[in-house]
Design a binder for this molecule. Structure first.
Ligand SMILES: [Fe+2]
Length: 301
C-alpha cells in the first residue's frame, strides 16, 4: 500500500516551481519531474540502485574532458540523440537527412583545398569523395563549407590517440563556383564507441555490441541555409542494421566503389586500388529562428 507521501510527492515538487519561471523551462521541468518519479515508481527503485545511479552519473561526468564526451555517448547509445534528431527534422522534403553529431566533433579542423588530402600521412585504403552542395531548388551553392571528420583505418579518432600532432583526419573545405567539392582520404572503417567508461559497462550489461558502421562525418553549412550534421555510411558494412547509436538512414548509405585502374587513380592523385564515392548534399533554407539558434550553438561550442 503506497504511503501518502509516495502518492503526493510528485505534485508537491511540481508545485514548488515558480509561476515566474520561464514558461518553456517550467514545461520541461514539470515533465522531467513527472517522468522521473514515474520511472522510480514503476521499477520501485531500491536505495542501493539509487546510489548506483548516482555513482554512474558521477563517473559519466568525471569521464568527460575537452576531448571526451561521455554524456553525448550516453545520449547516443540510449537512442536519445536520434529521437531529438527525428523530432527536429520530421520532414526532409528531398533535402539531405541528418544524423547524430557523435562525441568526436572538435572545432578547428585544418582547411584544405578542394581536391586536397584530409588523411595525409595515414595508412589506409585510398578513397576519393566528391559531389555538390545544392539548394532544395537544385541551385549549386558556391562557397558552402564542409567540415569533415573520420576515424583512421583501425577505427580510432585523433582525440582517442596519444599525441597525433594536432587535428588529424579532419578537414574543412569550400565548394567551388559550381557548388562542387572533392577530396582525398582513406576508407573509413567500422569501429567500437569507447567502452572504457561507464557507458561501456552499461552496453555490456545490456548485452549489446558497441559497433558503429563505417562512416564519414559531415557538417555542411552555407549562409541562409540550415546546417546539416550528417554521415555518409559505407554500403555493405556489416553493422548498418545494428548501429550502436541508431544513426543509420537509408538515404545516407553510399556505394564506395572499388576501382583497380592505376590510370584512373593517378588522375585523382591516388594509388590503385582505390574507392570512390559521390554524394550531393541538399540544404533547406534556414528559418530566422533556426539560423539564430544555429549561430548561438556554434558560438557556445
Ligand atoms: Fe564517427
Amino acid at each position: 500500500m503506497p504511503s501518502e507521501l509516495e502518492t503526493t510527492l510528485t505534485d508537491a515538487v511540481i508545485a514548488r516551481l515558480s509561476p515566474d519561471a520561464d514558461p518553456r523551462f517550467r514545461q520541461i521541468m514539470q515533465s522531467l519531474i513527472r517522468h522521473l518519479h514515474g520511472f522510480v515508481r514503476e521499477v520501485e527503485l531500491t536505495e542501493e540502485e539509487w546510489f548506483e545511479a548516482i555513482k554512474f552519473l558521477t563517473a559519466t561526468g568525471q569521464k568527460c574532458d575537452d576531448k571526451r564526451q561521455e554524456f553525448i555517448l550516453m545520449s547516443d547509445v540510449l537512442g536519445v540523440s536520434m529521437l531529438v534528431d527525428a523530432i527536429n527534422h520530421r520532414s526532409s522534403e528531398g533535402t539531405t537527412e541528418t544524423t547524430v553529431l557523435g562525441p568526436f566533433f572538435v572545432h578547428g579542423a585544418p582547411e584544405i583545398e578542394n581536391g586536397g588530402d584530409m588523411a595525409a600521412g595515414w595508412d589506409g585504403e585510398p578513397t576519393y569523395v566528391s559531389g555538390r552542395v545544392l539548394s532544395a531548388a537544385g541551385k549549386p551553392l558556391a562557397g558552402a563549407l564542409l567540415d569533415l571528420w573520420q576515424s583512421n583505418s583501425e577505427g580510432s579518432y585523433d582525440v582517442q590517440l596519444a599525441d597525433t600532432g594536432g587535428r588529424q583526419l579532419r578537414a574543412k573545405l569550400r565548394t567551388d563556383a559550381e557548388g562542387r567539392f572533392r577530396l582525398r582520404t582513406i576508407l573509413p572503417t567500422s569501429y567500437p564507441v569507447p567502452t572504457d567508461g561507464p557507458m561501456g559497462l552499461v552496453l555490456e550489461r545490456m548485452g549489446r555490441h558497441p559497433m558503429r558502421p563505417a562512416h564519414l562525418h559531415f557538417m555542411v553549412s552555407a549562409p541562409g541555409y540550415e546546417t546539416v550534421v550528417t554521415h555518409l555510411f559505407v554500403k555493405g558494412d556489416p553493422y548498418l542494421e545494428s548501429d550502436v547509436v541508431f544513426g543509420v538512414k537509408d538515404s545516407l548509405i553510399v556505394d564506395f566503389k572499388r576501382n583497380e585502374s592505376q590510370a584512373e587513380a593517378q588522375k585523382l592523385g591516388l594509388k590503385a586500388p582505390f574507392y570512390r564515392a559521390s554524394y550531393d548534399f541538399v540544404l533547406r533554407p534556414a528559418g530566422k529562428a533556426k539560423q539564430k539558434a544555429a549561430h548561438a550553438a556554434s558560438d557556445a561550442a
